[in-house]
Design a protein around this ligand. Structure first.
Ligand code: PMP
Length: 447
């Protein structure tokens, strides 16, 4: 029996995979990574154009990261951040994040990932108002097609009904608004995307009552929702309405922070100042689970009043995770990878122009190295391409890994270290399959 078959059988028997039907037979079992490449147990090489799950900013298999981890593990492998206990690496990382992040977000609470961070952020927003004498401010505004993780708090804010079916009630008082998808003009009743969204936001605040709303949560650019790039005036105008009504803005930057969209934070790119900013993924480039919730001093003061912050995770401020994140940030800065995301994003956009007139391609857009191809069944109406197997075919034919977001948006979010020749290979692989896509989502075989 081959190594692959042995592992495949064990996997089928003992592991649950998110979004994988039980009857699915095949697995892609990775054993090694370097730069933008991954290798499976049978020795096949892949080009990782998703950067894992939007996170491998500095690329796979970097020895500097292994050294940072080994050094920290042999010095101090764990320390709690409950009560008065702290550690040098967590302190250094908190201070570093305060200097990199938008002005004013000076205080950090560490978690182990995006879902935990969003739960902490939602609690933080409600606590802030409660401690300031407005406990009735509990409502959270979110958006359809938002992804804020799959724990109960952030998971309720997530805007895909299918992800909530069968798990009973989520947290209370969450309302979903229309997302800003300029490409899908039919959503906005003939108004500009931003005008429509702002009018809806104002009407919703009037209906729920501003005094009952704690915060609005949103991704600066929606990732899972389909690499949704809002018009430039969307976030500044949303922030203005929220501020006028005493409602906090939580930016979920789990995908967008640390260079993915060509800026350190989406808040910088869209010129908006959140009260709370949620990060994970790119903070460690995936070398270790880590998340961080950044907030203003005013919020931190309010939520820590009395008995202190009532949110706590065993691994908050984990010294190994923080040492790894510090090394990751050093590499991002030294290799100027945030700037590189813009250069290479443009390179992709130029290279993909050759497929822009294909019947299935509605729009090609990018923010830094978040690249999206909106796939349509009908180019005139922009109606989405039905469910399809495009990523599977691309992987099978060329070993290039891409994914679909929101079912009809082909997304690439490669490591920021990607080279031009790797980008060329990905563009060729994607183009050669999209050239064969039919209006029902099926694909004709390669010539
Ligand atoms: N927020 C956003 C914007 C995300 O894209 C994700 C994960 N894709 C999460 C939160 C959840 O993060 P995690 O899977 O680390 O819990």
């Amino acid at each position: 029996m081959s190594d692959y078959e042995r592992l495949r059988q064990l996997d089928s028997k003992h592991m649950i995979h998110t979004f994988l039907p039980l009857e699915t037979r095949d697995r892609t079992i990775f054993v090694k990574g370097k730069g933008c490449n991954l290798w499976d147990v049978a020795g096949r090489e892949y080009l990782d154009m998703t950067g894992g799950l939007w996170l491998a900013q500095i690329g796979h298999g970097r020895p500097e990261m292994a050294e940072a981890a080994a050094k920290q593990m042999s010095t101090l492998e764990y320390a709690t951040a409950f009560w008065e206990f702290s550690n040098d690496k967590a302190i250094a990382l908190a201070a570093k994040l305060a200097t990199l992040s938008p002005t004013g977000l000076d205080v950090v609470y560490f978690t182990s990932g995006g879902s935990e961070s969003n739960d902490a952020a939602i609690k933080t927003a409600r606590l802030f108002h409660a401690h300031r004498g407005e406990p009735e401010r509990t409502w959270i505004l979110s958006r359809n097609d938002a992804y804020h993780g799959l724990a109960y708090g952030g998971g309720t804010a997530t805007g895909f009904d299918g992800l909530k079916a069968g798990v009973g009630p989520g947290i209370g008082h969450v309302h979903h608004l229309t997302p800003p998808k300029p490409f899908q003009t039919w959503r906005y009743n003939g108004q500009s995307t931003t005008d429509f969204c702002i009018a809806e936001l104002e009407a919703t605040i009037a209906r729920i009552g501003s005094k009952n709303i704690a915060a609005m949560i949103g991704e600066p650019v929606m990732g899972v929702g389909g690499m949704v790039i809002p018009p430039d005036d969307y976030w500044p105008r949303v922030a203005q309405v929220l501020r006028k009504n005493g409602i906090l803005l939580i930016l979920d930057e789990v995908v967008t922070a640390f260079g993915r969209i060509g800026s350190w934070f989406g808040a910088d790119k869209y010129n908006v100042k959140p009260d709370i900013l949620v990060t994970a993924k790119g903070i460690s480039s995936g070398y270790i689970p880590l998340g961080a919730v950044l907030m203003t001093r005013e919020i931190a003061d309010a939520v820590c009043e009395g008995h202190g912050f009532p949110v706590g995770y065993t691994y908050s401020g984990h010294p190994v995770a923080c040492a790894i994140a510090l090394e990751n940030l050093r590499i991002l800065e030294e290799e100027r990878l945030v700037e590189r995301a813009n250069v290479m994003g443009q390179y992709f956009s130029d290279g993909l122009q050759r497929i822009k007139d294909l019947p299935s391609v509605g729009e090609i857009r990018h923010a830094g190295l978040g690249i999206a191809i909106e796939l349509v069944a009908d180019k005139k109406t922009g109606q989405p391409l039905p469910d399809n197997v495009i990523p599977d075919v691309i992987k099978r034919e060329s070993g290039v890994i891409v994914r679909m977001a929101n079912e009809n948006v082909l997304v690439m979010s490669p490591p920021l270290v990607i080279t031009e020749s790797e980008a060329d290979r990905a563009i060729e692989a994607v183009s050669s399959v999209l050239e064969r896509v039919r209006a029902d989502g099926s694909i004709s075989s390669a010539a």
